[in-house]
Design a protein around this ligand. Structure first.
Ligand code: GTP
Length: 171
């Protein structure tokens, strides 16, 4: 049959932003789990698009585990960075973590595509994806392709658009 190209993706973002819920929704319905719990350390998941087979390292966003992220930068061919659009208080923390990522030697000079999800757009007080991108300063990313999609990981809204963009960056 058709052999899909294998791609390693790193899924990053603060705790509670919705990383595991997003990854769960990208899997075929039969492979999804009912209850998502906070990730301890990291979890390895798989999902496919028409041409690619993604292996996702879904990293815990909790402060005490964030130092694990950098161990996976070198192997990653793409990054998904998730932001909780309703968490205004921690927007600056998300920006700092993005800074650390962008300045890491295993990321800095690579043309690695970064897909941002401005997640939880269903929340009544959620910021728009334009506002999120301003607050975390995405326009400073000059040497990598990036894209931001508003998403609702509970319904799946916005996820496909983002993943299609990522697929186009990789082939
Ligand atoms: P860590 O594993 O701690 O890093 O968290 P995570 O980023 O993987 O978040 P997780 O997927 O566990 O989701 C955290 C909470 O947010 C859960 O209660 C989810 O149901 C909820 N959630 C995720 N996405 C959305 C969304 O788009 N809208 C709403 N309203 N809730 C969401």
């Amino acid at each position: 049959g058709l052999k899909r190209r294998e791609v390693n993706v790193l899924c990053l973002g603060l705790d509670n932003s919705g990383k595991s819920t997003i990854i769960n929704h990208l899997k075929p319905a039969s492979a999804r789990v009912q209850d998502i719990v906070p990730t301890i350390g990291f979890s390895v998941e798989k999902f496919s698009t028409s041409s690619l087979s993604f292996t996702v390292f879904d990293m815990s966003g909790q402060g005490r585990y964030r130092n694990l992220w950098e161990n996976y930068y070198r192997e990653a061919q793409a990054i998904i960075f998730v932001i909780d659009s309703g968490d205004k208080l921690r927007m600056v923390v998300a920006m700092e973590e993005l800074d650390t990522l962008l300045n890491h030697p295993d990321v800095k000079h690579r043309r690695i595509p970064i897909l941002f999800f401005a997640n939880k757009m269903d929340l009544r007080d959620a910021l728009s994806s334009v506002k999120v991108s301003q607050l975390i300063g995405l326009d400073r990313i000059k040497d990598k392709p990036w894209h931001i999609s508003g998403s609702n990981a509970l319904t799946g809204e916005g996820l496909q658009e983002g993943v299609e963009w990522l697929q186009d960056q990789i082939r």
